[in-house]
Each structure stands twice: as structure tokens, then as C-alpha cells.
Design a protein around this ligand. Structure first.
Ligand SMILES: [Zn+2]
Ligand SMILES: [Zn+2]
Ligand SMILES: [Zn+2]
Ligand SMILES: [Zn+2]
Length: 445
């Protein structure tokens, strides 16, 4: 869990110059560079409901205001509402003297016990889809504004196209020897969206401008004398979670349609290749392409909490783990150029370290240590187990108080193989990747 919790301790330098923990980074397998969220294009692949997992195309999701039609959230606590069935007795239409049982349904929150019965919504004879939506009091105004801005953008677009046409005309005049281009242009103009617009379509109707409220009605005297019953008034969170109604009284809260979520894919801004591509099926947790740095770049962690003395060298231990299915060669070197981050001198391992591959079978078999499998220098390598090594570095703080920080460069071999699919014919490309690492090692005491 240290990977996700102690994310400030060890950071890797992204190609754009920002420092991020490894769990926030991606590795572009085409540029061979680390990429952070800002260096990527985020694209929405599909919309889906996190509860019923229904997939929706983006146009339909937009029409439904990005909400699921059949799942509801509790207006009181935000937990998912579940449908409860209950038996009621109704008069038998064939024999009015007898009652027959009938199943009715209502929504209830399993967390705060809020139910649709609390606000007087009657039970429904069907389990799903019987819940009427409230109509927003500002619906007409919002529709009018939407129409207005749609027409305005249409008008602007058609004006832009007309301008382009006028600019191009001089050029056409000289080159068009056989008057074929004019025919082609006319045909193109007929097909273009602006051609479909007649003058009356592009005239934008003026709408009533919004009015500023300058005067407010006086508060009732009652408000100062009547004690407030907090259990009958909604909280700010409850009000703002349904922005179109903003109920003040608890009995005006209404079930909220569940928000849709998106599956997104990310793309490298430099080379346009996909770095993350999820499976289209919303029930699946698999990825078609997954290129997060954690699957390709060795992860460095600080083994212990360290306390330093000023100007005195201390050996500290670091852990490196290999996420890949091949053995990696690791080398360390100091940062080239100016280093404003470090507050200590660091003595890095001089020789190449071999990091054993990740082997899931060995993990479950409880397999042996690899102490003797590699030619390790005992002064550097403290211990080695499966795909992890613990090694020493010497750190001498150059400050007399405060935080001890070091920066260094780590180089590792990288093979462009797809996980689980060892390529047979293709020759696997091996490159050396270089990352700058910034580590906060501890404090001076
Ligand atoms: Zn970046
Ligand atoms: Zn749903
Ligand atoms: Zn609730
Ligand atoms: Zn790239």
C-alpha cells in the first residue's frame, strides 16, 4: 500500500518536467518516455451506469442529462436506493366481497432508512420505471436559452463559412479556366450545412435578458420567534445535490437519478498512440491496452524511516521491485546539470544491478530466495527475494537541519513485450530507459 499512500516520498520526473509518484505516471511505449496526466489526451469512450452497468452512447447520455433512467440515489445521504416489495390487499374486481393480495414496490435507502413513503409518494405496481420525474420550474427558460445559443452558434458558423468563400473567390477567378471549379464549389455549397439555412433560420430571436434581483422581500417576524426544527430542514449538501429544485424542507426531497460514469482512454499527445484503452463492455475490468508506469518501470521505495546527523554519512536501504516478466539491468548515476532539489550527497551503487523478473508461480509456491543466482556485491545488495532487492546507498547531508532529499538517475533495460504474449517471430526490442528520481529520505535530528 506504500505505493498509493506514501506518494510524496519518491517521485519520478515526467518528460514535461513535473515530478509525480509512479502510480500517477504512464509509460509511452512508442516515445519511451514517462507521461503524466497533463501530457495525455483524455477521451471519453463510453458512458455507463455504475449500478446497473447499462452502456449508453454519448448522444443518448446527453439527452438523459448524464443520468441513469432506472437507478436512483437517496436524496438524504446519497447511498443507492433499492427497490422493496410489499404485499397489499385490493378488492377483487370479480368478487367485491373478497380482497386479493397484490405486490407493490417502493424505494428505500439501506443506509439511512429513507423511503419514498416518507415524502408521500405512493407505492408503484411495477418494480422499475414507474417513478415519475419532477418537472423543473425553470424548464421553459432553460429550453429557450438552449435554443437561442444553438441558433447563435449556427449563425456564427454560417458567417464563418461565407467569409471563407469570399476570400477564396479571387483565387478561383484566375485558376478556373474551364469554369469547372465554380460548378464543383456550387455543388459543395449546396451540401454544406449553411446552404440548408435560409435567412429566417439564421435570424436569432431576441430573448428576454435575465433580470438582476436588487430587492428582497422582508423576512417574516416568525423567523425570529419560531424555534428551528433541524430535522425538518435539509442540509446545504442535500439542497445542492439537486440543483434544479434545491428543496428546503425534508419532505420535498425526491429520489435522484444516478449519475452516469465514463470509461476513458488516454492517448500520448506527442505520438498519438493509446496508453490506456479499456474494454468496451462496462461489466469488464480488463484493458485492451494498459501502459501505466507501474507495469513497466521498476518501483523504488524507501525501506525504513531514517534519521540523519549533519555532515555524517549514513547507509540507508532502498527497495527496488521489477514489475516486468524479464530480468532488468539497473544502473544509477548522479543528476547531470544543476540540482536544486538535493540536500545531501549520495553514494550510489557503482556496478550494474540485475533485478530478477516477476514470476507469479514462484510467488505462490513460496519459492526460494535468489541469493546466489546473481553475482551480487554484498556491500551493496542487502537481500534479494523474487523480483525485489534491498540495497544500500550512502547519504551525507550537506545541510545542518531539515529534510534530507536526494535526486539521481536510474537507467533500466526495457523490452517491448506484451504481457502474457511472448512474441515468437518478432525480435524483442531492448532499449535503455532513463528516469530521474527524487526521494525524500528523512529528517536531520
Ligand atoms: Zn507530464
Ligand atoms: Zn442504472
Ligand atoms: Zn439514505
Ligand atoms: Zn508517445
Amino acid at each position: 500500500m506504500a505505493t498509493y499512500r506514501d506518494i510524496d516520498k519518491v517521485k519520478y520526473l515526467c518528460d514535461c518536467g513535473k515530478k509525480h509518484p509512479i502510480c500517477w505516471l504512464y509509460l509511452c511505449r512508442h516515445c519511451f518516455k514517462l507521461r503524466c496526466g497533463d501530457c495525455l489526451l483524455h477521451e471519453v469512450d463510453s458512458h455507463f451506469c455504475p449500478c446497473c452497468l447499462e452502456n449508453l452512447p454519448s448522444t443518448e447520455a446527453k439527452l438523459r442529462k448524464n443520468r441513469c433512467g432506472s437507478c436512483f440515489d437517496c436524496p438524504s445521504c446519497g447511498h443507492l436506493l433499492s427497490t422493496r416489495a410489499t404485499n397489499t390487499f385490493i378488492v377483487n374486481p370479480e368478487d367485491p366481497t373478497k380482497n386479493i393480495p397484490k405486490k407493490m414496490y417502493y424505494l428505500a435507502c439501506g443506509f439511512c432508512r429513507w423511503t419514498t413513503r416518507d415524502i408521500g409518494i405512493g407505492d408503484k405496481p411495477v418494480a422499475t420505471g414507474g417513478w415519475q420525474d419532477l418537472e423543473s420550474p425553470h424548464l421553459d427558460r432553460v429550453t429557450m436559452l438552449l435554443e437561442y445559443y444553438k441558433k447563435l452558434s449556427l449563425k456564427e458558423n454560417s458567417e464563418k463559412e461565407r467569409e471563407k468563400f469570399i476570400k477564396r473567390r479571387g483565387h478561383i477567378y484566375y485558376t478556373d479556366k474551364f469554369s469547372l471549379a465554380t460548378v464543383a464549389l456550387k455543388r459543395k455549397a449546396l451540401n454544406s450545412p449553411s446552404a440548408a439555412l435560409h435567412d429566417d433560420d439564421t435570424t436569432v430571436l431576441e430573448i428576454e435578458p435575465a433580470e438582476m434581483v436588487t430587492e428582497f422581500p422582508e423576512l417574516d417576524d416568525e423567523i425570529f420567534s419560531t424555534p428551528i426544527q433541524l430535522n425538518k430542514i435539509t442540509t446545504i449538501d442535500q439542497r445542492l445535490s439537486s440543483p434544479e429544485f434545491q428543496p428546503v424542507q425534508v419532505n420535498n426531497m425526491y429520489p435522484r437519478h444516478k449519475h452516469l460514469q465514463v470509461r476513458k482512454s488516454v492517448r500520448c499527445k506527442k505520438c498519438d498512440h493509446n496508453l490506456i484503452k479499456p474494454d468496451y463492455n462496462s461489466a469488464s475490468t480488463k484493458f485492451k491496452i494498459q501502459s501505466t508506469a507501474m507495469y513497466h518501470v521498476p518501483e523504488l521505495r524507501i525501506s525504513n524511516y531514517n534519521v540523519f546527523s549533519p555532515k555524517k554519512e549514513k547507509k540507508i536501504t532502498l527497495t527496488l521491485s521489477n514489475p516486468a516478466i524479464y530480468n532488468m539491468d539497473i544502473e544509477f548515476s548522479p543528476v547531470q546539470g544543476e540540482d536544486l532539489f538535493s540536500t545531501a550527497k549520495v553514494d550510489l551503487p557503482k556496478k550494474k544491478i540485475v533485478l530478477a523478473r516477476r514470476d507469479e508461480d514462484a510467488l505462490y509456491e513460496g519459492s526460494t530466495s535468489l541469493e546466489n543466482a546473481f553475482d551480487d556485491d554484498p556491500a551493496v545488495i542487502v537481500s534479494r527475494k523474487l523480483n525485489k532487492i534491498i540495497f544500500n546507498i550512502g547519504v551525507t547531508p550537506v545541510i545542518s537541519g531539515g529534510e534530507v532529499r536526494v535526486a539521481f538517475v536510474m537507467r533500466h533495460s526495457y523490452k517491448n513485450v506484451t504481457l502474457g504474449l511472448p512474441s515468437e517471430k518478432e525480435e524483442v526490442q531492448t532499449v535503455l530507459l532513463e528516469h530521474t528520481i527524487y526521494a525524500q529520505l528523512g529528517q536531520i535530528q
